[in-house]
Design a protein around this ligand. Structure first.
Ligand code: CMC
Length: 422
């Protein structure tokens, strides 16, 4: 294909540049279209719109490929932990031993929350949703670190990056302890990142908790598969908010809010609730597949379908095999895992799902692992946010480093009344 596209609109004959990516993806650059013709493009839901060029994550939805910085997700899951993968995403390369250790120590020593944050969490109604608390906490962090809110100051961005990665597990665990009426357990500088999170979540009031290495491995894996997924709804939100030169804390808080929706990250919670409902309904999988196909019903199979994947989501494949391994090791028989597998089988053989290329996505099996670890269902999307955080930050930083950065400001085609008199 040539590197220009010819477009003919009315009396205009235009040549528009075609931008070609490293994996041969092609994007028509229409940024001058309105200036030259007065016409804009219209693409509700951004189904066909590229908002940026990005060097972070490659995904091919037709082939079911996902790579971070060029490395296949399957290989990263086998060879890296969450801290390695975070540094890969942020810096573009895997860390040296020294870089990994420096970052790990810096993060672990920053996990403690300011007293005001602890009070803030304690003040939330216990029954409130954890994602509402998380979004409020992330935004409130900036009030305790007012010397870290200049998005154009590299040192401040580095400090806020580190602070967010360090404190998100503490916030998540404290939200859980507050909701369940337990005393908070302080982070422990002797423990690793994931070990700290599990201990702050599950330790008794004296701080005792035996960390299970199978849980650490499973959680590392889940955090890694959630790390980044290029221009998804929450990441695009973070970039849009960041494009106004909004500080990192506030941009990330906006990402948390976007992630909460059940069509996005909130699908993991919705999916387990759906599986529980099917279990209570005598495991009648066919009934729910029927409901999902019925356009009058409005019900959708949660954890199924994806805007970009028209093939099995590679993350779902990784998580499904991790479920098998973990449940067998723990000698656990989770009825919801059985139902999920039965549902997948029925759906994947059904003409409706086949024709629309609907497959299980990342949220379909993740809940099985969270449940095995003992994480309550309302906290699932908070765990998604913990995993996605470095991805959001990498995109926010990439946006600010780009010489072509401009405030994100889409246009519209107005369809309201013409001028009328009062
Ligand atoms: N159950 C039943 N039908 C579905 C489903 C589903 N889960 N997903 C899509 N469809 C149908 C949809 O009704 C439409 O049918 P038709 O062509 O007859 O009108 C067709 O498939 C295309 O769907 P769409 O809504 O146009 O697709 P989209 O790209 O706008 O939406 C989606 C993608 C993920 C929001 C959607 O598949 C969905 O609602 N899935 C359930 C929620 C979910 O699992 N979300 C997590 C996504 S992955 C992780 C993440 O992003 O955080």
């Amino acid at each position: 294909m040539s590197d220009v596209a010819k477009l003919s609109i009315g009396e205009h004959e235009l040549e528009l540049p075609v931008i070609v990516g490293t994996e041969n993806e092609q994007g028509l650059d229409i940024s001058k279209l309105r200036g030259m013709t007065g016409i804009i493009t219209l693409d509700e839901g951004f189904v066909n719109t590229g908002s940026t060029q990005s060097a972070i994550t490659f995904l091919d939805g037709e082939k079911g490929i996902l790579r971070y910085r060029g490395y296949a997700i399957e290989e990263i899951c086998k060879k890296c932990d969450f801290i390695d993968s975070t540094l890969l995403l942020l810096n573009g390369e895997l860390p040296s031993d020294e870089q990994r250790e420096t970052f790990r120590q810096a993060v672990i020593s920053d996990m403690q929350l300011p007293e005001g944050m602890v009070k803030l969490i304690s003040a939330f109604p216990r029954e409130a949703h954890p994602m509402a608390m998380l979004a409020a906490c992330v935004n409130a962090l900036s009030t305790h670190h007012q010397d870290q809110v200049d998005p154009l100051d590299a040192q401040q961005v580095q400090n806020s990056t580190q602070r967010l990665i360090a404190t998100l597990p503490t916030i998540a665990a404290y939200i859980h302890r507050h909701r369940t009426g337990q005393e908070f357990v302080a982070p422990n500088a002797e423990l690793g990142y994931v070990e700290n999170f599990l201990t702050m979540m599950f330790a008794d009031e004296q701080g005792h908790y035996e960390v299970d290495s199978d849980f650490v491995d499973a959680l590392n894996l889940l955090l890694i598969v959630h790390l980044d997924h290029e221009q998804n709804c929450s990441t695009s939100t973070v970039r849009v908010v960041g494009s106004a030169n909004t500080n990192l804390y506030a941009s990330i808080a906006a990402g948390v809010c976007a992630l909460w929706g059940p069509l996005h990250g909130g699908a993991n919670e919705a999916c387990v609730n759906m599986l529980s409902q099917i279990a209570e309904d005598d495991g009648d999988v066919a009934k729910y597949v029927g409901m999902a196909k019925d356009k009058q019903d409005g019900f959708r199979l949660m954890g199924f379908g994806h805007r970009v994947y028209k093939n099995y989501d590679p993350r779902a494949r990784i998580i499904k095999s991790a479920c098998d391994v973990l449940l067998e090791k723990l000698d656990l028989d989770d009825p919801l895992f059985e139902i999920a597998q039965a549902l997948e089988k029925v759906a994947l053989e059904d003409e409706y799902f086949v024709a629309r290329k609907l497959y299980p996505n990342v949220d379909f099996y993740s809940g099985v692992i969270y449940r095995a670890i003992g994480i309550p269902v309302e906290l699932f999307t908070v765990l998604f946010a913990m995993g996605r955080l470095p991805g959001w930050i990498a995109h926010w930083q990439e946006l600010h480093a780009s010489p072509s950065k401009r405030i994100c400001r889409p246009r519209q085609v107005y369809t309201g009344p013409e001028l009328r008199e009062l």
